[in-house]
Write a protein of this length. Structure first.
Length: 101
């Protein structure tokens, strides 16, 4: 758990693609799409380092928002590409792993 150092009104906020509310960027998971050579979605990974390049989107660290985002096809909208079921399963697995820590 990271402790709050000090409140800063200028802290960057991002919108969760599940619940559409704004939260401090650091409280959200960032998702980044990896593409293959043909530019198709190869995988969608959770950028825990915050250093990955590419188009990204943000999500609250709870399963409800992930399920909402999957149901609403928010990933498809963000990446403007279909997201295969196996990638969605990968996202779920990774999300579970990270939120159980
Ligand atoms: Zn949310």
């Amino acid at each position: 758990m990271i402790t709050e150092d000090k409140m800063d009104k200028r802290i960057p906020v991002r919108t969760c693609i599940g619940c559409n509310n704004e939260f401090p960027k650091k409280d959200l998971f960032r998702f980044v799409r990896k593409t293959d050579e043909a530019g198709m979605t190869d995988s969608i990974i959770i950028d825990t380092s915050g250093a990955l390049h590419g188009r990204g989107c943000y999500l609250c660290r709870n399963m409800d928002c992930l399920e909402k985002a999957l149901k609403k096809r928010s990933f498809e909208r963000t990446f403007k590409d279909p997201v295969p079921e196996r990638i969605k399963e990968d996202i779920r697995e990774e999300f579970k792993r990270l939120t159980q820590e």
